[in-house]
Design a protein around this ligand. Sequence first.
Ligand code: CDP
Length: 208
Amino acid sequence: MLIAIDGPAASGKGTLARRLAAHYRLPHLDTGLLYRAVGAQCLARGLLEDAAASADIARALDTDMLDPDALRTAEIGEAASRVAARPDVRAALLDLQQRFAAQERGAVLDGRDIGTVICPSADAKLFVTATPEVRAERRFRELQGRGEITSFEAVLEDIRKRDARDSGRSAAPLTQAGDATTLDTTALGIEEAFAAALAVVEKRLSSR
Ligand code: CDP
């Protein structure tokens, strides 16, 4: 079974993907980490403006070296969104995502273009949303928990900027697949959101 989960920053898609993967005992790939790893390496080497170098970095990415904790900073999220707008970077990461999705047991992938580009024939597709304010509140608490000094206003501004860049780019923009089910988590806690996501997947499975 292949489950595709897309949505904007801090919509809760990562948590839902992890929970669904644990529930169905499927491998899970947080594809945002791939773009974050490329963004982080570009930042570290002062190459964020260099499109050709960022594509080389994406081609040489060692996925065994991904450190989610180190990659989840606000600065790296911003760098990820910048490199992710480049078609060559996306092309360099396509094959590894599709190979992950092709595992015999199935998989859960979350990102921005899973249901549209990476796994268009996924068995179940979810598009997870929430208002920018609620997403900013969640991200603010997450960053505070990690000890990052920031303000709610700065996080909200970052979320709005990233939404605009992710949705407005020409290469695989953040859009809902026609056959994806929307899950608005604005008013939902984690357990409620998980129950709703599970119900969507079960319904999709029973109608296969
Ligand atoms: O956790 P959050 O939603 O803030 O970000 P993420 O999922 O880790 O992704 C970071 C950035 O990578 C996003 O803003 C997107 O620009 C980009 N991304 C993408 O373009 N395609 C994906 N499949 C996953 C992430």
